[in-house]
Ligand binder design. Structure first.
Ligand SMILES: Cc1cc2nc3c(=O)[nH]c(=O)nc-3n(C[C@H](O)[C@H](O)[C@H](O)COP(=O)(O)OP(=O)(O)OC[C@H]3O[C@@H](n4cnc5c(N)ncnc54)[C@H](O)[C@@H]3O)c2cc1C
Length: 265
């Protein structure tokens, strides 16, 4: 056993102040990843600062095509949001396929993006949608946020307060889910705005989520489910584990890209 002190933060400022009490503090949102990690003794924070009761970090607003999702918003709320459905249904689809109902009601978009699990779904959407990660002290463009496996641009005590993006003209997400956990063995999010296409891949990269330049070029030239078929996906740099080798994942990237474009229409 080890001792952990629990603190319930009432505001973002309060949370940062509480976090500063110890060098071994951790924020907790849904706890879906962190609590499991603590149970396995892979993390043993001295202090847990609970962000779940901070009202300003919750909720969804859609203003025209500008979407802002509070970091403390659970996946189930994103999945069910009629406002997001009207401008970016692909994100509702993505959220509705995360884990199981328990995970979707407890886990939050901020926790998922901060955690940057290489098989998580949201990082691919954040990257493909060219979203902004809003924190208590700055706005970080998606291209500069994800920094490798479980690594991000966040400072130790920095809090994600919201994720914001302009809804694209078209977007789609397809994942090949691990049958046990529902995490992505490969997931591809495509987004098209005017003549620009962004394609982000999760679950496959040995360094976490990444954009695929070849798929982006192909789809910019020909927005069609057939376009990914002619793209070379290099298996070096892709994950190989007990579930699938790198060659298999390289094929999944193309297949999921095709399905994502079909879903986007
Ligand atoms: C059985 C199971 C199946 C799952 N399946 C999937 C799946 O299919 N797809 C998928 O994408 N995910 C899946 N997950 C993960 C799930 O989506 C989690 O909700 C998510 O990874 C973490 O969110 P959380 O709110 O629970 O974060 P927590 O566990 O509370 O925190 C995770 C990390 O983020 C930090 N953190 C939390 N909030 C913030 C914030 N606002 N600012 C800064 N740092 C913060 C914490 O300090 C911690 O280091 C699954 C989880 C489980 C248990």
């Amino acid at each position: 056993m080890y001792a952990t002190s629990y603190h319930r933060a009432s505001s973002v400022e309060d949370a940062v102040r509480l976090h500063g009490h110890s060098e071994e503090s951790k924020y907790v949102s849904g706890g879906m990843t962190l609590i499991a990690t603590m149970k396995q003794r892979l993390a043993s924070p001295s202090d847990l600062v609970d962000l779940r009761h901070i009202g300003s970090m919750k909720g969804i607003s859609v203003d025209g095509r500008r979407v802002t999702i509070g970091a403390g918003t659970p996946h189930a709320e994103v999945a069910a949001s009629q406002a997001i459905m009207a401008v970016c249904p692909a994100l509702c689809h993505l959220a509705s396929h995360i884990g199981d109902p328990h995970v979707r009601h407890m886990g939050t978009i901020g926790g998922s993006v901060a955690n940057n699990d290489p098989a998580a779904d949201y990082p691919s959407a954040v990257l493909a949608l060219d979203a902004t990660v809003v924190t208590d002290r700055r706005s970080i463009p998606a291209d500069g946020f994800f920094a490798g496996l479980f690594e991000t641009a966040l400072a130790e005590d920095e809090i994600i307060t919201a994720i914001a993006f302009d809804a694209p003209d078209k977007a789609g997400y397809a994942k090949f889910a691990n049958p046990a956990s529902r995490y992505a063995m490969t997931g591809v999010f495509v987004a098209k705005t005017g003549g620009t296409v962004r394609v982000a891949v999760t679950g496959a990269g040995s360094d976490g989520v990444f954009r695929h330049a070849g798929l982006e070029q192909a789809l910019q030239g020909n927005w069609s489910p057939d376009a990914p078929g002619s793209v070379m996906v290099d298996p070096s740099g892709l994950m190989a584990d007990m579930h699938a080798d790198a060659q298999y994942r390289a094929n999944l990237v193309k297949v999921m890209a095709k399905r994502a474009v079909m879903a986007a229409g």
